[in-house]
Design a protein around this ligand. Structure first.
Ligand code: ADP
Length: 348
């Protein structure tokens, strides 16, 4: 299907240039519900003519029955620095591709580790279908809102927190589609007063929903990410989706700060043996192939899971545990890559 779409748009020349739509195609993804195309605009273009966009729509519809979603990106050659979110200096996405690999747990503990380095930190749980921040922080209250409907994030453990899970009853099923998802995400990105106390965040960690669809792309593009951290296990099933996520971020020019190997091994507290539940070195190999740093290897650990279920972040419960030290090292690498300049400000 993707190659049929490529062929269909091959001859659509952008007026005023010698470039055709295929030359400008930056990213394409076709799944069961839609075809999603991202085009990169040449430097001189702010937007494109509606008629040209429609001709792309029509050409795609001739070879594809699915709804066609089209986005145009301005060419970004310079490193992004300014975050697109008020009251936030840098935005870092924590992404996985696959659900259940520990992305949310890594996101929260990484945020706490960054806070321990002296940064002011927030976490936005953007997983609107399966928010886990409320359980992991034992916080279920709806946040306060101002008269003009701006949301005041919760503050707990010294971290500002926002999750769609704070807005809906605990066990409610969120049955949202397309535009509703986009508007919920838009609200969470645009309407939270992260600097309500006049203290802007040095970094907002966004716990991305699993997958590589339009929700992830919307967040990536609206929030002007400084970088992304990928979380995966070494299981091939998880790595397939992690590779997809890596590819997506590469296509939209977002720096990949590295990959975290979660549940890398299990040190049995009973017999003392260390074993690999997932194939050894899967994430390490992926990091080499894609030339991105391996930020750390976190074992599967009973206390780590218990802390998440109990609503007390592991890093707070066990600050000197080897796993907490691994998080400190991951946070340091992320800080070195993205936040160096901010730290100089923070510490005067
Ligand atoms: P995701 O955000 O990728 O869906 P979660 O962070 O919600 O994943 O983790 C899924 C489950 O695995 C949770 O119950 C969590 O407590 C547990 N978990 C994650 N990482 C570890 C780990 N290193 N050791 C033990 N349990 C873990």
């Amino acid at each position: 299907m993707e190659s049929a779409i490529r062929d269909a748009i091959r001859n659509l020349v952008l007026p005023g240039t010698t470039l055709n739509a295929l030359d400008l195609l930056e990213y394409i993804q076709v799944d069961a519900t839609k075809a999603f195309l991202v085009f990169k605009l040449p430097d001189a273009f702010e937007t494109v003519d509606k008629a040209w966009e429609q001709s792309i729509q029509q050409a795609c519809q001739q070879v594809c029955d699915l709804p066609i979603m089209i986005t145009f990106n301005r060419h970004k050659t310079e490193q992004k620095v300014a975050s697109g979110i008020n009251g936030v200096r840098h935005v870092i996405a924590v992404a996985s591709g696959k659900g259940g690999v520990g992305k949310s747990s890594v996101c929260l503990n990484l945020a706490l580790a960054a806070k321990n380095l002296g940064f002011s930190v927030g976490v936005l749980d953007a997983d609107i279908y399966g928010p886990s921040l409320p359980t992991m922080t034992d916080l279920f209250e709806k946040p306060e809102a101002t008269a003009d409907k701006k949301i005041i994030p919760h503050l707990k453990f010294g971290v500002k927190l926002m999750s769609m899970g704070f807005m809906v009853p605990k066990d409610a099923a969120v049955i949202w589609r397309g535009l509703m998802v986009q508007s919920a995400i838009g609200q969470m990105l645009g309407d939270v007063l992260w600097d309500v106390d006049d203290k802007p965040l040095d970094v907002l960690f966004i716990d991305l929903p699993p997958g590589t669809g339009d929700a992830q792309l919307t967040i990536a593009q609206k929030s002007n990410l400084s970088g992304t951290v990928i979380v995966s296990t070494s299981q091939e099933l998880a790595l397939i989706d992690a590779r997809r996520a890596i590819k997506m971020f590469e296509k939209v020019n977002i720096p990949i700060l590295g990959i975290v190997d979660n549940m890398s091994h299990f040190d049995c507290p009973g017999c003392g043996l260390s074993s690999h539940l997932f194939p050894e070195n899967g994430v390490l190999d992926a990091s080499r192939i894609h030339n991105i740093p391996l930020l750390g290897q976190i074992p599967i650990d009973i206390a780590f899971r218990q802390a998440a279920d109990a609503g007390t972040p592991f890093l707070l419960e066990y600050p000197r545990h080897p796993i907490s030290l691994i998080f400190a090292q991951i946070a340091q690498q992320v800080a070195d890559a993205v936040l160096g300049a901010t730290k100089a400000v923070a510490h005067g």
